[in-house]
Design a protein around this ligand. Structure first.
Ligand code: FES
Length: 87
C-alpha cells in the first residue's frame, strides 16, 4: 500500500474569514481527487490572527492569506505526494 504525505488543512471560520468566503474553500475541497481527500485532515479554526486578509488557511503550520478556492486546490495538489510502491 502506498504511504502518502499527511496534510493538515485548517480553514479559518472566524467571522471575518466567513464573510470573506471561507465556506467556499470547504466546498472546493470536494473537487480534490479521492486519494488526496483521504490524506487531508481538514479542520475549521476560529481565528488565525490575520482577519483583514481573509479568507485564511493554515497548511501544515504555514498560514496563507486571501486564499481563493483555486489557489487552495493548487497548493494542496502541489504539496501532496505518495511514496512509490516498492515491488
Ligand atoms: S477571522 Fe480569520 S483570521 Fe481572524
Amino acid at each position: 500500500m502506498k504511504k502518502c504525505k499527511q496534510l493538515t488543512v485548517e480553514i479559518c471560520v472566524g467571522t471575518s474569514c466567513h464573510l470573506l468566503g471561507s465556506e467556499d474553500l470547504f466546498e472546493s475541497l470536494k473537487r480534490l481527487p479521492r486519494k488526496i481527500q483521504d490524506a487531508v485532515d481538514i479542520q475549521g479554526v476560529n481565528c488565525l490572527q490575520s482577519c483583514g486578509k481573509g479568507p485564511n488557511v493554515r497548511i501544515n503550520g504555514l498560514i496563507l492569506t486571501d486564499v481563493t478556492p483555486e489557489q487552495l486546490l493548487r497548493v494542496i495538489e502541489t504539496n501532496f505526494y505518495c511514496e512509490k510502491e516498492s515491488i
